[in-house]
Design a protein. Structure first.
Length: 119
């Protein structure tokens, strides 16, 4: 099973970007999906997570600006980022709890995608 993320880039302050992350492979089930980020010199932090039922947790710093959505049929999660600020600059990582046997869920990580907010 792999997580493939895409959509990062360079954007000016106040701009928008949309990240996507898809889980692919065979015979697996997906629980919570979400996004983390890591800025230079800082620890990786949760940005937002969403379970299959729609329960969502946002970091305070992104509430009202970022929106997560999820397509359970496609095992894909999206992150719409609006009103981006320089402090949002970081490598963003997709994360998912995945079970190969539908019982034992383990954390999987996608490759990071760079988001740079700068004028």
């Amino acid at each position: 099973v792999q997580l493939q993320a895409s959509g990062g880039g360079l954007v000016q302050p106040g701009g928008s970007l949309r990240l996507s992350c898809a889980a692919s492979g065979s015979s697996f089930s997906v629980g919570i999906m979400g996004w983390y980020r890591q800025a230079p010199g800082k620890q990786r932090e949760l940005v937002v997570s969403r379970n299959r039922g729609g329960i969502t947790t946002y970091a305070n710093s992104v509430k009202g600006r970022f929106t997560i959505s999820r397509d359970n049929a496609k095992n894909t999660v999206y992150l719409q980022m609006n009103s981006l600020e320089p402090d949002d600059t970081a490598v963003y990582y997709c994360n998912a709890a995945i079970a190969l046997d539908r019982i034992d869920y383990r954390a999987y990580w996608g490759q990071g995608t760079q988001v740079t907010v700068s004028s």
